[in-house]
Design a protein around this ligand. Sequence first.
Ligand SMILES: [Ca+2]
Length: 171
Amino acid sequence: MGSRASTLLREEEIEEIKKETGFSHSQITRLYSRFTSLDKGENGTLSREDFQRIPELAINPLGDRIINAFFPEGEDQVNFRGFMRTLAHFRPIEDNEKNKNAAASEPLNSRTNKLLFAFRLYDLDRDDKISRDELLQVSGLVCHGNMITYCTFLVGHFVHSTGWHVHRIEL
Ligand SMILES: [Ca+2]
């Protein structure tokens, strides 16, 4: 089973994913292994249930929101390319400097794309606006229990980014 991961991912595909996401060859093959081990249906895509088996997401108060971010509107399966595209938002910003392919589009881990990603975590109904209720719902979600520091961070992040985002998206 372990070798299945590297045999199914073609070199050209790895190159394309490298360009698109900035991940290294070894990171891509490692993540492909992880992807295939989560793919219980063995059909090359992940469902929401597959994601829910990831322990880090299961205990994360924002787990469901993060899982949703992997799925394009109206879809309930994500393939490896889509999976990698979402993960790329979590790469550190400074890694862009090593990525000299800047002639292409903006990197997925740019500050702008990270902020857009964070925005979508709050925009529960995907209407490109964060309502007061959505802010309270998501903030309430992370403020439960004794996660005060995390809560403060998320609200701070929102205040820092929202003006810019709402403005940009409503254009
Ligand atoms: Ca909304």
